[in-house]
Ligand binder design. Sequence first.
Ligand code: SOE
Length: 383
Amino acid sequence: MPKKQIRIGLIGYSFMGRAHSNAFHQVNHFFPSKYELVPQAVCGRDAKKVKEFADRWGYASTETDWKKLIARDDIDLIDVATPNNLHHDQVIAAAQAGKMIWCEKPLARTGKEAEDMVKAVAKAKVPNMVWYNYRRCPAVTLAKQIIDSGKLGKIFHYRANFLQDWTISPELPQGGTGLWRLDAKVAGSGVTGDLLAHCIDTALWLNGDIADVTAMTETFIKERTHSETGKKQKVSIDDACSFMCRFKNGSLGLFESTRYARGHKALYTFEINGEHMSLKWDLHDLHRLQIFDHKDDGTERGWKSVHVSDGDHPYCGNWWVPGLQLGYEHSFTHAIVEFLACLDKRKKPTPSFKDGLATDYVVDAVLGSAKTRKWTKVKQVKR
Ligand code: SOE
């Protein structure tokens, strides 16, 4: 039977453009389904660079104006892999053109922007997904399955960190290609929207919604040269953020993120403690899930480190033989696998834009609380 083609128009071709493009190819090869993903066109402002990218990653054509890309009728799905300030307009235009949409995280710079995007896809009734890829690491998906089985019992604690160290030098400029994450106008916020957003998305998925938060943020380097203007300008992103929260299920949450933890490159860790069982995960060792089960025999009780690579572990059966581990890039492939499975069953894919909005509301509450120094309620999203 001929496959149903999904012709992709990618906007943006940097770090995430590569991560997504790699996933398109891997899905076709490793997770054959009734769909075939076709890299139809890629869009970026620099015609020469975008052409080089298209040749390397197998895109049939290029555009330098995203509005033209969205207007094309040979594109079924728009994949937004641009800096955060562009998500809002690109997503809304894509929805109005009736395209399916994938959007890089965070969905938007603020909850307000994300609300517009959620409304646009609801009105257009187009399938949508935010690239919160860490949900789709096999060990994290396994944690979700174990939690959903009820084996943990009542949940008491959830804690997560995302630690990096790449902005410690005061000489590092802010703004422009590669460094827009340091420019609040473009990024929306610093570590809260960039890194904690991942931790929040996973937490909402594993442990349910957050009711309220209390937070503190710090900007350690107050001024940096802007790479586009060449001028010293105030830094208005949060360099570090810690927050406490209450989940609606009664458990307590503790989150920390910084780009000033010397020695840590992308140390995303989470731990969940239940009445009977605890689970721990670490992005630097992402193919392992640590499990402590109090129901184990007393003499043999202890933390076990499960190498998540067996055929019956999530997604693993489609890859290599047991024992050969998967990495960061596979999480993007699995995100698409889930999207296609939902498309096939006419179900709404996740993480959806509504899920993205829920995370943006937590980010807003965290940043708001850091300013007011007060406990702040999180706006809730009906899902
Ligand atoms: C920041 O350094 C960053 O690249 C984030 O933007 C990504 O979302 C995260 O997965 C890794 O770190």
